[in-house]
Design a protein around this ligand. Structure first.
Ligand SMILES: [Zn+2]
Length: 355
């Protein structure tokens, strides 16, 4: 028996128990933050339903391998297409035409519908028909980040499993098992926030991780840049709202770390600071930037650091509200403090007022 899932033990136990008792639910809903493992768990469930070995899922039979490789004729992962990358009614209709056919080679036809919370309302309502009277050989597995966006009639027809972030310890050891050095495994685990899918992708050098180093270097450079240079940067980056948003979220994670390192030193007597700083280090996310963060923290005023983090977070909210990206970014960059030597070669940092 190999439910090859990292973390989510309770969800696996629940699914396993149901199948062991011969109770196949015809609709499951997996919810949770992006890249937490929702689709993967749905695929392993599909393996458990169609595995040819006595103790499913074996992970090794031809059915399990085809499902893992995305080539099993009875298991389909449906992702949004076209505008908004949302699942559309035509895709649901084609699912319905397929669903009435008996499986080609497995026991069940499994349809995994990714990010149903982004599907169009017509698509969700149309899916309801299948959820109400599913053919006996059909299992639907929906995933969603925000279940509350789905029509309640859809949610109520599904067995719902709300996945939570995997423990960082589990992420770290999964990465070590895949050959990552301890230090890199610890860093990626922290950066992942328990989103195992993100961590595995980063370990392969894919996803958003490769851009991270550059994004943080840009932040350091901007801190010592002139107003004109900052505006130039805003005009370049603001062409793509998604990467702009990702960049600001990255900066916010660095700034949250800065606050962790700044706060104790400001609040406590000088002699207590090193121990507290050491415990704060145990919580920072950007472990590989600890030296730079400490250097900046030792020269940072707590209230100013708070103000910058607030500005970063409110800019993300403004981008989500579809404001003018360039204006929002320019406003943000004006609020960044001006630190002369942060981007330099480790010289003393000298905070200066920008205004
Ligand atoms: Zn198998």
């Amino acid at each position: 028996m190999a439910w090859e899932v990292i973390g989510h033990d309770w969800a696996v136990a629940l699914l396993r128990e149901g199948l062991a008792k011969g109770r196949v639910t015809h609709a499951y809903l997996f919810t949770g933050p992006p890249q937490i493992g929702k689709t993967h768990l749905a695929q392993v469930l599909a393996q458990a339903l169609n595995c040819e070995e006595p103790d499913p899922p074996c992970g090794r039979c031809s059915s399990c391998l085809k499902i893992a490789g995305g080539t099993h004729p009875d298991v389909r992962v449906i992702v949004g297409e076209g505008a908004g990358e949302s699942i559309k009614i035509d895709q649901v209709r084609s699912l319905q035409r397929e669903a009435i056919l008996l499986p080609y080679e497995g026991r069940y036809r499994v349809f995994i519908l990714r990010l149903m919370d982004q599907a169009t309302m017509e698509a969700a309502n149309s899916l309801l028909k299948t959820l109400e009277e599913p053919p006996a050989h059909v299992v639907l597995a929906l995933t969603a980040v925000q279940a509350e966006v789905l029509p309640p009639t859809v949610v109520s027809r599904c067995q719902r499993l709300d996945l939570r972030p995997v423990s960082l310890r589990q992420v770290e050891s999964a990465l070590e098992d895949r050959g990552l050095a301890d230090e890199q495994a610890r860093l990626l685990a922290r950066l992942s926030g328990g989103r195992i899918g993100w961590a595995l992708e980063a370990a392969r050098g894919e996803g958003t991780f490769p851009q991270r180093q550059q994004g943080l270097e840009q932040l350091m450079q901007l801190l010592s840049a002139t107003r004109v240079e900052r505006f130039d940067f805003a005009s370049k980056v603001s062409r793509d709202v998604d990467s702009c948003r990702a960049l600001i979220e990255l900066w916010a994670s660095w700034w949250r770390d800065l606050l962790l390192l700044t706060a104790p030193a400001q609040a406590a007597p000088a002699q207590a600071a090193p121990a507290q700083a050491a415990s704060a280090q145990g919580h920072i996310v950007n472990l590989d930037r600890a030296g730079e963060l400490e250097q900046v923290a030792s020269h940072t005023d707590l209230s100013r650091a708070w103000a910058v983090l607030a500005a970063l977070e409110s800019t993300v909210a403004r981008l989500d509200a579809n404001v003018n990206v360039r204006l929002a970014l320019e406003g943000l960059l004006l609020k960044l403090p001006h630190w002369a030597a942060v981007a330099g070669t480790g010289g003393a940092t000298s905070p200066q007022a920008n205004e």
